[in-house]
Design a protein around this ligand. Structure first.
Ligand code: ZN
Length: 333
């Protein structure tokens, strides 16, 4: 069952990605379905699992989704894969502007003239064409395909998934990965948006047939995986609410410790991102509020801190901390 593959963490990359991806190795094109080829980038790591998946769609006119890091070997592998399809690279689509997904776009475009496409300029990525929800790219050639952009904020505010409308395969970037859940790191990461985006994908008609994620192997049970993702976040949220109620006022790190008590401290920095994302969602919803000190505030402060007032503490605050760095306290609203 999927939940055995998906590690009980929502902070690290896909540790348990499919053996197929690992066994094949970086740089070797793998046809994962008709007209869809995957090339794994050589950037394995805690946040990238086996590495970033770059996908090639089409045969004559080829589109790349998530070119990956600007690794010369990876770029050569991609161009070799395009050549082996007897194709020419026409488009480079980017799901989001995290550094494991887009940097090779510039080199690919420079070497082929391919048009770069993404949500907009950010983080050093400047697409030739900025697109949003509903944009459809017709990938020509025999058996041409249609890629529809779906704006799926949550992991990042500029995240796009791409749906291959002809077959129902969803290229999910980092919105859904194989082998773990994904990091939601505020302020750009937003838990409420993330869950709304998941619900939207869950409700697509016709339903998604498979998910080709940014990391890990193809997910053949997409709806079950989305259900698990949503259920997992709801469980975490319930655990966080319980910790806030029990510890009130609860320091951010104490909440992390309470919710991730069965996990090693090494996961706390990333876990803290997810906890923060949940707390900001709960704050927006009026379920919790930030208080300025450890002293309980039975009456509302003169200026009740709204979610927008919440100071976003850098992730590094939590690294190796022992609790003394807690500077935010939470209680039920
Ligand atoms: Zn990624």
């Amino acid at each position: 069952m999927a939940t055995e593959v998906v590690a009980a963490t929502d902070h690290a990359g896909p540790h348990g990605a499919s053996g197929a991806t690992r066994a094949v190795g970086a740089g070797i094109p793998v046809e994962i379905s008709e007209g869809v080829t995957r090339v794994l980038a050589p950037n394995p790591g805690i946040l990238t699992g086996p590495g970033t998946n770059t996908y090639l769609i089409g045969r004559e006119d080829v589109a790349v989704i998530d070119p990956g890091p600007a690794d010369p070997g990876h770029i050569d592998a991609l161009l070799g894969a395009v050549a082996s399809l007897s194709g020419s690279l026409r488009w480079v689509l980017v799901t989001h502007t995290h550094p494991d997904h887009f940097p090779a776009a510039a080199a690919l475009s420079a070497r082929t003239g391919a048009e770069t496409i993404g949500f907009g300029a950010r983080d050093g990525f400047v697409p030739d064409r900025s697109v949003g929800d509903g944009f459809v790219l017709h990938v020509g050639g025999p058996g041409g395909a249609h890629l529809r952009a779906l704006h799926t904020p949550g992991h990042s505010s500029n995240h796009l998934c791409f749906l291959l409308e002809d077959t129902g395969v969803l290229f999910s970037g980092d919105h859904i990965v194989d082998g773990s859940t994904v990091v939601i790191a505020p302020p750009d990461g937003d838990m409420a948006s993330y869950l709304a985006s998941l619900e939207r994908l869950r409700g697509l008609h016709p339903p998604i047939s498979a998910i080709a994620p940014g990391h890990g192997g193809v997910i053949d049970d997409p709806l079950a995986r989305i259900d698990w993702y949503i259920a997992h976040r709801k469980e975490r949220e319930a655990a966080i609410l319980e910790a806030v109620a029990r510890l009130a006022p609860a320091g951010s790190l104490d909440i992390v410790r309470a919710v991730y008590d069965r996990e090693p401290e090494s996961v706390y920095p990333l876990a803290a991102c997810s906890v923060r994302a949940h707390l900001m969602k709960l704050s927006h919803e009026g379920a919790v509020r930030a208080v300025s000190s450890k002293t309980p505030q039975s009456a509302p402060a003169e200026t009740p801190p709204g979610a927008d007032d919440v100071v976003v503490v850098a992730t590094s605050t939590y690294v190796g901390s022992s609790g003394e760095t807690d500077d935010e306290w939470w209680e039920l609203a």
